[in-house]
Design a protein around this ligand. Sequence first.
Ligand SMILES: [Mg+2]
Length: 235
Amino acid sequence: MNLANSSQLPYSFRQTCRPNFIWADIETVFLDMDGTLLDKYFDDYFWEQYVPENYAKKHNLTHSEAHQHLLGTYKSVENTLQWTDLDYWSERLGLDIAQLKKEISHLVNIHPDVVDFLAYMENLGKKVYMVTNAHPKALQVKMDRVNIANWFQRLICSQEVGAAKEQPTFWHKLHDLLPYDKETTLFADDTEKVLHSAAGYGIQHLIHVAKPSSRLDPKHSLSFPSILSFRELMF
Ligand SMILES: [Mg+2]
């Protein structure tokens, strides 16, 4: 197959190519936090290991019983604002979730190249916002560990917006809160469902982050330009 002649490739295959925009066309940059700027290993370890361990102790279950029970519980609120609400989980599981996050906060880590990219955005004069589904308490735990908050015009949590990013209504509400031009906005996220929701609203430039966790193999998107590192956007 001749990759140079990309116009003849099937649509889904073509989309795995490099991002095809120029920075001169971008005014505003929205960046997701977990998995995009920060290593998602923290979150995976927290929900898949640390919470089940603590839940098992509290309810006198084996780790695998706790794990199985919790997976079903997590699934029941997937893609909603409740999923991200630490207070909801504290009450539902009978555990102090914010405190548990603090206990393992040494695992919070920033992806390579992120700080260089943020500095690059500042040099180009872009307005950069963090747009995260994380609960304000979770955001605080992370920002206490990694010193990146000052690079952003503002950190926006879904709680403040009133919907999760996966929900199409999120983008309408965000626009009310923070007027932006969807034609000149670039948004990067590691969750394809979120990118599809942003595409539905009409955000023009969408980037998928293919390696959210340092411990897992990359998974490229077939629907959006997909990067392994923000270094690939420094052009
Ligand atoms: Mg994410």
